[in-house]
Ligand binder design. Sequence first.
Ligand code: TRP
Length: 327
Amino acid sequence: MPRVFSGIKPTGPVQLGNLLGALRRWVDDQHTADSLYCVVDLHALTVPQDPDILRRTSEELARLLLAVGIDPDVATLFVQSHVPEHAELSWVMECTAAFGELRRMTQFKDKSDGADFVSGGLFTYPALMAADILLYDTDRVPVGDDQRQHLELARDLALRFNARYGDTFVVPEASIPTVAARVMDLQHPDRKMSKSEDSPQGTILVLEPIDDAVRKVRRAVTDNDGEVRYDPEHKPGVSNLLAILGACTDTDPATLAERYEQYGPLKADTAEAVAATLAPIQKRYAELAADPGHTAALLRQGAEKARAMAEPKMALVRQRLGLLARG
Ligand code: TRP
């Protein structure tokens, strides 16, 4: 079975776009691949975090991953900082990457531009991400389009290390969905739904009260021409509703468009589909939240499984590099 690795940062609440775009693929992948899924708390530290909030967000995210259907008996679900080899290999990757290579990363440019504090970690972020992936002989990395450049770098670093020190790492492939469920902001359908707090009415949170989510869908921005058609460029609002309904019901949005004459019924059906998608996740989440020790124990087991792979790989890396063996 191919090995799959992906990570998600514990910053802010998970929204519908993350669920339909990424997390549902993770759930599907676990049955056809040997999958590792990681709550990347060290990546969250690239910007200052409140410790209590980070702790809570990490725990909630892990619980949510379980609630959406990641099965800890099938996949390996763990927290990045529980496996110290990530940080260790990250240093090696920083020393394998060229300064100029890291400086070309567009995400760094976007995030550092205009920020009043730019940490060194924000700059070396892709080296840690490469370490995450390379530690586990990962074949395939399901990520969004925004991570394409980071994945390319991970491949380059694997190839460079292998060329310098001998075959050590599997060179990973990015797996970027071609027909991604691109979920846009319900109030500003020209931009992606994001977990940031700047558009509360345009963002559906996976754990928000179902009534609120339904209301947001019903009040989604459309347009004035009154025709239901899947055309993201000219009709972003209507197309977004079709994309959401399509993702929730596993149906092609253009096919769905043919079933509607008016916006009202489209909104009603989309709201209902969103509610039907979120309700079982919220129920399962509440059950898990009632027993925090259970999630903690599952994460401990996940970290043990991950460490059993990471430790021998890191030992090989130290040997390849010429780091003196412990006597
Ligand atoms: N950088 C990724 C993001 O922002 C998260 C991430 C960290 C990741 N490490 C990873 C994704 C390893 C895939 C594989 O979405």
